[in-house]
Ligand binder design. Sequence first.
Ligand code: SAM
Length: 339
Amino acid sequence: MIAAKIPKNQADYVRRILLKYSFIDREFKIKRTDTHVLIPLNKEPSEEILAEIGAHLDVVDESFDVQKKNPRSMREYLKGRIEPGKIDEINKSFDIIGDVVILEIPDEFESIKYLIADAALKFTKRRSVYRKGSKVKGIKRTRSLEFLAGEDISETIHKEYGSKFMLDVRKVYFSPRLATEREKIVRQVEDDEIILDMFAGVGPFSISIAREHMVRIYAVDINSDAIHYLKKNIELNKVKGEIIPILADVKEFLKNSDVEADRIIMNLPGMACKFLADAISSLKRGGILHYYEFSSDFEVPVARIREAAGSREVTILDKKRVKSSSPGRWHMGIDAKIH
Ligand SMILES: C[S@@+](CC[C@H](N)C(=O)[O-])C[C@H]1O[C@@H](n2cnc3c(N)ncnc32)[C@H](O)[C@@H]1O
């Protein structure tokens, strides 16, 4: 192939001009001898360019080694190994929680799962990569995870809108996809409210609210690991409000308490309907309910709230598709005022 042979002391200057006019073939590696630099060219420089260069340049015939290119993205890295559509699927299901990456890898890619995980590690620059081993299940709403790459450390600190959440992805539920929803709720809260976070987890709703407002929050969860991290997170964040962590089944807690809340958060979308009547009896007149349910429409969750409210009047304040849960189904959010 053709190449520009330039005396060493002029090489840098000439290379810059050749680069400016896109004459350099960047697929190949530049060569250096004791006296000259040889630059691979994709076309012969015109008289004008040679005039602009004004330096000594011989156009010669030379062979070059191919440049090793580093892929710049997960997509580029996996190109040719997986169909592009499938790479997009893997990319969409990606969750990053602090230093941990959680991937969904379909069974058909079992044989290249480590390659995919290495790509994820490399391009996210996180510490650990796990593969979803099951759906979120059971009362604690956790999933099994298969360790694939990096270090097998499932405890991490996730940062969200200035809050820090310490958690172990193997032991507790946490979804970074609820960040916007949490922020929406934070903006609605007013100082001095009494709040009940019925399914608090490691406290993402409670902590985000208490960092901004002088409130009292009863944060209940049945999972002792979630309450352990909730306590750590209260210490980790400079909360203005008071958070009372309660390890209990919220039904039992409500039986034995006389909490009357201005606002209740019910983020247990698969089962919250079973707790609606208890929640509404603990809500002050004019109090706000943030109710979540997996559903394909808004009618079903709204009807449930109205039914549980009985003779109390219900004003629906907002209806939201918070995140997709499965094809055609959503993690729906309904904000309702119960008079
Ligand atoms: C979907 S997670 C939500 C956690 C948290 N609100 C968040 O957004 O990350 C639901 C939580 O409810 C808890 N839970 C399930 N049943 C419960 C019950 N009967 N009483 C109290 N907590 C319960 C689970 O342990 C889990 O942490």
